[in-house]
Design a protein around this ligand. Structure first.
Ligand code: MN
Length: 743
């Protein structure tokens, strides 16, 4: 019998022991198929290639995964390294097995050349996102474990590369899945190649310590066992040393000597149930002196990856501290095998189909709970179903880009640089030319073809792309590069919308004053600017026309009122009406208690109108009220507009002027329009306080369209100061208009 068959027979024997119900005929068929397809291929060690898949299957059997996983492990390199296909495997074995093999193949094809930390996190996420089925990750981890165990046959460069990948990608994923045992072995193997000297130093130091203290360890184990048995506790005690990498990290990262590390020695006490755990803890603390602050109850509060145990560090008479971990057998299974323990529990349950949604609920819960991070534990947040709204792809250099799900080559191009997007003429995914609409998949290698003669982005790209980044950059391009075109497009859209609303272009361009007023309403300086903005998508035609129509309606209403009053005045006999005499000169400034001088009246009672809250410097006008003195309005206040003054009250309007006054403050109101956001009102208040402006009242309200209006009541000395305040407020992020109330 050849070596391959010899190894296979051992594997099958092992399978019969751990899983008597397994269909060994199917498993043997998988072995024969793989053996035949790998044929004369050899590994670097000189062994037949098939020895590797058998070894991977062996590790899968140790984890007691299901039969499909064993078959997939035997076939795991067939698609990648032989002429076998997904269809072949689906036909000969099952579509489920074929999917597993293909999943592993995809992970194998991934390149992990990146060295940057942030990229590593993306790599791990991509790894998890690509797998979809946890068993794919488990098979890939076992594949990596066997490759690490046989890494001595590879070149030094390859060894370093694989060891780094293992440390950065595979070990953290094993940790995330709670597979402590596998993680430890991967870490120790990787360390051995990454820092051979450090590795052997720690190994040597540990060996010395064990020889020195072997008698102590044995005695402690005996003492603990004896005492627990006396208490009638059914338990098993194991002594052990920490794995090399965890000690290495403590020594080098935390700069400790091996003697300063508390938990080099650890005992594990395994019991049947949780109450027994706490009983054991009581006995241990009774026998030895606990080290303060070292007790941790991971039973009450499990670790993010599902780990449960009681930990305590104690010191015996020898003054050597050691850790005791107390757990149930079931907790032990989870601690050692993590996600894989799931299948162990399942063994023996009849007709359980694995791989269905419901079966993975347990895994999903486990992974979802892993959100808080323990810096000492190398925890990175990873979840199989966590990245449904993201897709991870490679640049040709091996950098990982994270894009929104269903992102296209357009999104990818703009995520590199706007210049790449703007000069894009084509795209290749995994070496093949694709259309711009092609949705990218996890692990795709995307290459953008650019040309100096490119015409720039097409407008349709804005509909195709999925990221705001790409959309904004395309819009920017249109704004800058295509003004003429934007104006033409914008004009057409604007005119169509005008027609919709029953307006004609001539109705808004009748006079240049009318046009200016309307443009001010939409905040543009000229029609071309408005068209350009509509053209590149900065403002919608619907919104622009809507605002213009509003303004037209308002102006029309004013015009009608004016006409009515004119008619009334003409009807009443002329001469009765008294206008404030024009050209008569405003009274000279004098000191006044009120800050206002009213023509012809000394020291009269003055109040400032609430509607327009004038401040010194504003042109003002007074109105003699019945019994409350003179109320002061700004000349541009709608309530003071000559056209709106009631004819019978014309005589009450009087000329007024500001008196020179040093320290009087005047209350006024401002209204701020801004993009709604957290902290807007706070920023406004801060800006005012920085200007030393007295703020009497502030109120903010959100508008349904994502905007907010902030109303302020403040006190200023004069118009100059107010202008300064308005300028400062206009600079606050998100603010687009600051205006005086009633103006
Ligand atoms: Mn392999």
């Amino acid at each position: 019998m050849d070596l391959a068959h010899e190894r296979y027979e051992e594997l099958e024997k092992h399978i019969r022991q751990t899983c008597p119900s397994a269909d060994t005929e199917r498993i043997r068929a998988a072995f024969e198929y793989a053996d035949q397809h790998h044929g004369p291929q050899l590994r670097k060690s000189g062994e037949p290639y098939i020895i590797h898949p058998i070894a991977v299957a062996e590790i899968i059997v140790e984890l007691e995964l299901d039969q499909d996983s064993i078959i997939a492990a035997l076939l795991h390199d067939c698609i990648e390294d032989t002429d076998s296909t997904h269809e072949d495997i689906a036909r000969l074995f099952s579509p489920a097995v074929a999917d597993l093999v293909e999943g592993v193949t995809k992970l194998t094809r991934m390149q992990y050349t990146s060295r940057e930390d942030e990229q590593m996190e993306n790599l791990r996420k991509m790894f998890m996102a690509m797998a979809k089925d946890v068993r794919v990750i488990l098979i890939k981890l076992c594949d990596r474990l066997h490759n690490m165990r046989t890494l001595q046959y590879q070149s030094t460069a390859k060894q370093k590369e694989k060891a780094l990948e293992t440390m950065e990608v595979y070990a953290p994923i094993a940790h995330r899945l709670g597979m402590q045992k596998l993680k430890w072995e991967l870490e120790d193997l990787a360390l051995c190649y990454l820092d051979p000297i450090g590795f052997h130093d720690v190994e040597q130091a540990l060996r010395d310590l064990t020889t020195e203290n072997s008698e102590f360890l044995e005695r402690m184990q005996g003492q603990i066992e004896e005492r627990l048995n006396e208490e009638g506790l059914n338990c098993k005690v194991y002594g052990r040393l920490k794995h090399i990498y965890s000690i290495y990290r403590k020594m080098y990262a935390q700069n400790k000597t091996i003697k300063e590390i508390f938990d080099i020695y650890a005992f594990r006490v395994m019991v049947d149930d949780i109450p027994a755990c706490y009983n054991v803890l009581g006995c241990i603390h009774d026998m030895f002196k606990p080290v303060l602050g070292r007790f941790k109850d991971y039973i009450g509060t499990p670790k993010p990856n599902g780990y449960q145990s009681l930990h305590t560090t104690v010191v015996g008479r020898e003054a050597i501290p050691f850790e005791v971990q107390i757990r149930t057998w079931q907790m032990h299974q989870t601690a050692e095998y993590g996600v894989a323990a799931h299948w162990k529990y399942k063994q023996g349950m009849a007709n359980q189909k694995l791989g269905t949604e419901q079966d993975f609920e347990w895994v999903r819960k486990l992974l979802e709970s892993q959100q808080d991070t323990d810096p000492d534990e190398f925890v990175h947040s990873l979840r199989v179903d966590m990245f449904a709204d993201e897709v991870f792809v490679f640049t040709p250099n091996g950098d990982v880009k994270s894009l929104p799900a269903n992102a296209t080559p357009i999104d990818f191009a703009y995520s590199i640089h706007s210049a790449v997007g703007n000069s894009m003429t084509g795209a290749r995914v995994n070496g093949r030319i694709v259309t711009f609409e092609t949705p990218l998949k996890n692990g795709d290698i995307v290459e953008i073809i650019t040309s100096k003669n490119a015409h720039g982005p097409s407008r349709d790209w804005m509909k195709i792309c999925k990221s705001n980044e790409a959309r904004n950059k395309i819009r920017q391009w249109y704004k800058k590069e295509r003004r003429e075109e934007n104006i033409a497009t914008g004009r057409a859209m604007f005119e169509t919308e005008l027609k919709h609303m029953g307006l004609s272009l001539s109705s808004i361009t009748a006079t240049s004053e009318l046009l200016d007023t309307l443009l001010r309403r939409v905040r543009f300086g000229s029609l071309d600017e408005l068209y350009a903005a509509i053209g590149y998508g900065g403002m919608s035609a619907v919104k622009a026309v809507g605002r213009i129509k509003e303004e037209l309606t308002r102006l029309g209403r004013l015009e009608r009122q004016r006409a009515e009053q004119e008619a009334m005045r003409t009807a009443a006999s002329a001469g009765e009406t008294i206008y404030p005499a024009a050209g008569k000169g405003i009274p000279k400034a004098r000191h006044s208690e009120n800050g206002i001088i009213v023509e012809g009246i000394d020291n009269c009672m003055v109040k400032f109108s609430k509607c327009c809250t004038p401040v010194p410097g504003d042109p003002v006008v007074g109105f003699i009220t019945k019994g409350y003195g003179v109320s002061i309005h700004r000349q541009d206040c709608p309530n003071a507009e000559p056209a709106r003054r009631k004819p019978e009250e014309q005589g009450r309007w009087v000329k007024v002027a500001w008196a020179v006054s040093e320290d009087a403050h005047f209350r006024t109101s401002l209204e701020i329009s801004a993009k709604d956001r957290d902290g807007l009102a706070l920023d406004v208040a801060m800006a005012l306080s920085a200007q030393k402006v007295r703020l009497n009242n502030i109120s903010a309200r959100s508008q349904p369209d994502g905007y907010a209006i902030v109303n302020l009541e403040l006190a200023v000395r004069d118009q100059k100061e107010l202008t300064g305040v308005i300028n400062k407020l206009s600079q606050i992020s998100g603010v687009f208009l600051v205006r005086r109330a009633g103006g």
